[in-house]
Write a protein that binds this ligand. Structure first.
Ligand code: SF4
Length: 442
């Protein structure tokens, strides 16, 4: 049997697709590259923005012709959109056989078998932790991988649908995560990113707030691990201990994704973020003070209900001032069931677009200037392999997450090298491999 699986949305969704695939592989399924070849077609879906949902409806909508030709193919919708829309998916997409929510992945084999016998299988339970029984050999990249350390979120930011579709926050047991890290490094992984909606509160659900520091220490000790990252950090839960662990553990990279969302106190309050712009500024300063060379990444929402021009300008000022390494900017769109969806969505679409462009423009200038400052420096790069754009060159990432391209032998893939930066754009650093690099750092 062959399975085609595609994940929309965030990295956690991609990892969940791998989790589903691990279960299916044990039941004898082999992965294939197109729905046409498959006996089972699965889409792991995202509900964070309306646009993401429309893409799923459009992609899966087209599969009705496949289903007509081959009625035996099982088509399933998994994840956040399944959890949110549940039985309504069958009404809009009658050729779908299975709808499986965010906490039902471990039952995927049984659910698919049910769907083969009778169409319209709906499994969207809400309680309990997900058993993570992932086969670490199923991963997108040989040297880098992600580990889900917690699921769900208790923060209820006013715009966000995650707590409704992914449920209450539940941390995975530490032993399980450490074991997964070791299995990954035994299999050649050099860089691990720990994933959760709010990793700073890891441990809270099993009565040990602050356990992230111990988790970082234990995962960083996995033999052969060169780099460790963690995302996403909620500013309200960031602590001095975590920043000190970033500084003191050599494997932990100096890159912190800690979304401010807005620079306006009124908007932050309406978003239920539970910090002010001044507190965010202080935290960013503290983080940069404790962790030398820290690169900060942030997410921003423009056009939140009632956001005035002056409030938007406060956000623009924050982006100018804090000089993020990356700023991901999203236009607000109401998500049904969230607190913000009850507010009038009163910033016109064209204005949201303009604000989005303004922030991206500021960020692009920051990137251009900051990357130019890297010229002449040597940076440590984890080599990913030949550059997709120019296979004669290699591509990799610095500890601070910038993309670095340089000439070198493809055999360096998976190794740490040093590259002297010679030129830059807003998105990339380019440089020269230091002669003794691979030998000394690997
Ligand atoms: S912290 Fe806020 S934005 Fe992040 S997942 Fe939780 S509710 Fe959503």
């Amino acid at each position: 049997m062959k399975v085609f699986i595609h994940a929309f949305g965030c990295q956690m969704n991609k990892l969940d697709a791998e989790l589903a695939l691990s279960h299916l592989a044990r039941a004898g399924y082999a992965r294939c590259d197109s729905p046409e070849e498959a006996d089972l077609v699965l889409y792991n879906t995202c509900s964070v923005r309306e646009h993401a949902e429309e893409r799923v409806y459009s992609n899966v909508g087209k599969l009705k012709f496949l289903k007509r030709r081959r009625p035996d193919v099982v088509i399933g919708i998994l994840g956040c959109m399944a959890q949110k829309d549940q039985g309504r998916i069958f009404e809009r997409l009658p050729h779908v056989d299975l709808v499986c929510g965010t906490r039902e992945f471990p039952r995927i084999v049984e659910l698919v078998e049910q769907a083969r016998r009778r169409r319209g299988v709906l499994a969207c339970g809400e309680a309990g932790a997900v058993r993570e029984e992932r086969d670490v050999r199923h991963r997108a990249h040989p040297f880098q991988d992600f580990i889900t350390i917690m699921r769900g979120c208790d923060n209820y930011c006013a715009y966000c649908i995650v707590p409704y579709v992914r449920g209450r926050e539940v941390s995975r047991p530490m032993e399980e995560i450490v074991d997964e890290a070791r299995r990954l490094t035994d299999d050649g992984v050099r860089e691990i990113t720990l994933l959760g909606q709010n990793v700073n509160s890891y441990g809270l659900s099993f009565g040990r707030p602050g356990a992230l520091v111990e988790l970082l220490e234990r995962v960083a000790a996995a033999p052969g691990l060169a780099r460790l990252r963690f995302v996403t950090s909620h500013p309200k839960d960031m602590t001095r201990d975590i920043l000190q662990a970033m500084r003191d553990l050599p494997a932990v990279c100096e890159h912190l994704h800690m979304p401010p969302q807005s620079g306006s106190d009124r908007v932050l309050k309406a978003m239920n973020r539970r910090y002010t712009a001044a507190q965010y500024r202080d935290l960013a300063a503290l983080a940069r003070d404790i962790v030398p060379g820290l690169a900060l990444a942030g997410d921003f929402i423009v056009g939140f209900p009632g956001e005035t021009e002056a409030e938007f300008e406060e956000t623009a000022a924050l982006v100018r001032e804090l000089r993020f390494q990356n700023a991901f900017v999203f236009k607000y769109s109401p998500r049904p069931g969230t607190a913000a969806a009850r507010l009038p969505d009163d910033v016109p679409e064209a204005e949201k677009r303009r604000r989005n462009q303004v922030l991206l423009g500021i960020q692009s200038r920051v990137n251009l200037e900051e990357n130019a400052r890297a010229i002449g420096r040597e940076v440590e790069v984890l080599v990913e392999g030949p550059s997709p754009r120019d296979p004669r060159r290699l591509i990799g990432r610095a500890r601070t997450n910038q993309i670095v391209v340089f000439e070198g032998a493809p055999a360096l893939a998976g190794r740490l090298v040093r590259v002297r930066i010679e030129s830059s754009t807003a998105l990339t650093l380019a440089g020269r491999l230091m002669p003794d690099a691979g030998a000394t750092l690997t």
